[in-house]
Structures are given as C-alpha cells and as structure tokens.
Design a protein around this ligand. Structure first.
Ligand code: ADP
Ligand code: MG
Length: 323
C-alpha cells in the first residue's frame, strides 16, 4: 500500500477540479467533473469529498479509488445488467455513454441503520413501522440485519444542493416517474446486484450494509446501470470480523466508508451549517488510507498509481490524448 508519507506529500496535489481547454464546457457534481461529447461523456473523479451535501475537503487518491472501484464492479456485474462504462483511460477518468437518468435513486438496504431523515433506523426508532411503504416488525435493533434486503427509493434532488426525498414504489408508478414494467426490472436487477455485491464484499471481509444505484435508459431505451457502483461513497461497508462483537456491546460497526469522516465533523460540532472546520493532515491521511485499503481488499489487487508526478499532470496528459 502507498505509505503515509507519500499520501501526506500528495495532499497539496489532491485534485480539486480538472479544467481543460478544447473539451467544451466543464460540468460538475459534488465529486465528479465531466465533459459531454455527444453520446458519451468524459467522467473525471476528483478528490473532493462531500458530506451533508457539501464539499468539505480533498483526500488524495480518493478519486482514483472511486473510479477504479466502480470499474471493478461494473466488470463484475455486467452479466446482470449492461452499464455505462466504455473504458477507463486513466485512474481518475472513465469514458461513459450518456443515458437518460431515471428520476429515482435506488437504495438497497440489508441492515437497519443510519442517522439522517431518509435512513431506516432514524424513522424506525421514532416509532414508524411502515417506512417507504414497507412493513417492519417490532423489536429490531440498530444495525441489525434485515430478514431480506429492501428497496427504499428516493427522488433525485435536482441541481446543486438538491435533497433526496423518500418515495414509495406505488408513488413512483402513480406519479408516472418510471413505467411499471421498467420499475419491476429495476427492482429485480437491484436485488441481484446487491446479492453479488454482498457475496464479493463478504469474501473480502466486509458487510455491504446498504448501497445506492442509479439507472438510466440508453439510446435504444434499454435499462442500463449508470453513475458509480459499490464504492465507499455510494455504500456502507462494515468490517465483518468485529460486527457481532460491536453489535453485542451496543457499539457502531467499524466503517470503511464516508461515515468515518462524517463522524469527525459531527464530533467537531459541524452538521452541515455554517463554516466547516478544516480537516487536519493526520485525518486526511487516515481517510485516504481507508479508501485505498477498501479498494485493495475488495479487488484483491494492489492500488497502483504513478506517484512520480502530480496527479493533475498525469490526468491532463491522459486527457490530451482524447482531444
Ligand atoms: N451515464 C450517465 N448519464 C447521465 N448522467 C449520469 C451518468 N452517470 C452518472 N450521471 C450523473 O452524473 C453526476 C455525477 O457526478 P457526482 O459528482 O456524483 O454528482 P452528484 O453531486 O449529483 O452526486 C450525477 O449527477 C449522476 O447522476
Ligand atoms: Mg454522486
């Protein structure tokens, strides 16, 4: 694994944004920048990290980890559903085919957990028993495994800072957000993807507690998987070996996802409003190491990246070959 010193040395080189002349207009989400080229997009994973719907800092090598992990999972699941990946031309860059994104994010949960208003545990602990139109039994404990995974869809918050709102399957169909036949296919595929993810994560020593998928329709109107898949940004990964012990003691599972960073901000008294505290170097290094570790465990491959030059220099060289 890349050592701490190399990570620390690369903090000033972490990728904030990738602006290039000759590629047209740059567009940005919270984490990724992209350039649209007709029917495809050049999708660049930056090192920006967000929580509470805000960008809170830069973590060196995070973008590369997210991009390469998505690549790994897209390859491991293409027998279940075709996806938008055309190819990876750099650790941070994926060429993807542009799709018409469905207006619903498909969250699959195998465990009852979470603290935000859309999470199952929050609502269950407040006494709700029918959540997202799904009936839950009494007596569930926080972080407990559900009898079988459930789908808890949210509408896509549009625009920067847009919030996701919970919705039920009945509403999705009634409001004609997605045709019923397509939604049925989405559900079937989402459960199959979650099952595949659970098995691969498990052999790497992780529990895939929950995740989010995005789907789109390609030019022929076929359903495809888009965005990212089973990354520590879209999923909760818990360490399997300490899960039962922690559960018994009433403690939180060991997180290998964004929760780790979220908890630091909460400890600092920040919950999304006002001026965000600056993450110290030691924390940035630790987060980067966790991302690299989860990549290496899940893929059973070393995280290889050229550290002889700044990341941005390499990314720009890769992009220049596309112009
Ligand atoms: N194949 C695709 N076609 C169209 N849109 C896509 C595709 N793949 C991903 N997207 C969208 O591109 C954006 C990726 O950038 P990201 O930084 O993740 O944004 P966000 O802040 O919305 O999460 C997301 O809005 C995602 O829905
Ligand atoms: Mg996103």
């Amino acid at each position: 694994m890349i050592d701490k010193k190399t990570i620390a040395k690369n903090i000033p080189n972490a990728i904030k944004t990738v602006k290039v002349k000759g590629l047209g207009k740059k567009e940005s989400g919270k984490v990724r920048d992209w350039y649209s080229k007709g029917s495809f997009r050049i999708l660049i994973a930056t090192d920006r990290i967000s929580a509470f719907d805000k960008v809170l800092g830069l973590i060196p090598f995070r973008g590369a980890v997210l991009n390469m992990l998505s690549q790994f999972w897209f390859e491991k699941t293409r027998d279940i559903i075709p996806n938008h990946m055309i190819g990876v031309v750099d650790p941070n860059i994926m060429l993807i085919s542009e799709a018409k994104a469905l207006p619903v994010e498909v969250v699959v949960r195998g465990y009852i957990t979470g603290v935000t208003s859309t999470s199952l545990w929050k609502r269950y602990s407040e006494g709700e028993r029918v959540i997202y139109g799904i009936k839950f039994p009494d007596g569930l404990k926080r972080h407990q495994k559900l009898k079988s995974p459930v789908i808890t869809p949210t509408t896509r918050g549009t625009g920067a800072g847009g919030h996701d709102e919970p919705i039920t399957k009945e509403e999705i169909i009634r409001q004609k957000l997605i045709p019923a036949a397509i939604w049925r296919q989405v559900e079937k595929v989402a459960y199959a993807l979650f099952d595949r993810g659970t098995k691969i994560a498990s052999s790497a020593g992780f529990i895939l507690a929950d995740t989010k998928y995005e789907f789109g329709l390609d030019r022929k109107g076929r359903l495809i998987l888009i965005d990212e898949i089973h990354t520590p940004d879209s999923s909760r990964f818990w360490l399997k070996e300490s899960y039962y012990q922690k559960m018994k003691k009433g403690e939180d599972p060991e997180n290998y996802d964004k929760e780790y960073m979220r908890l630091w901000f909460v400890k600092e008294g920040y919950a999304g409003r006002g001026k965000a505290p600056q993450m110290p170097e030691s924390l940035i290094v630790k987060i980067s190491q966790r991302y690299i570790e989860v990549y290496e465990k899940l893929t059973a491959e070393k995280f290889e990246i050229d550290t002889t030059k700044p990341q941005l220099t390499r990314i720009l060289e890769s992009l220049s070959k596309l112009i």
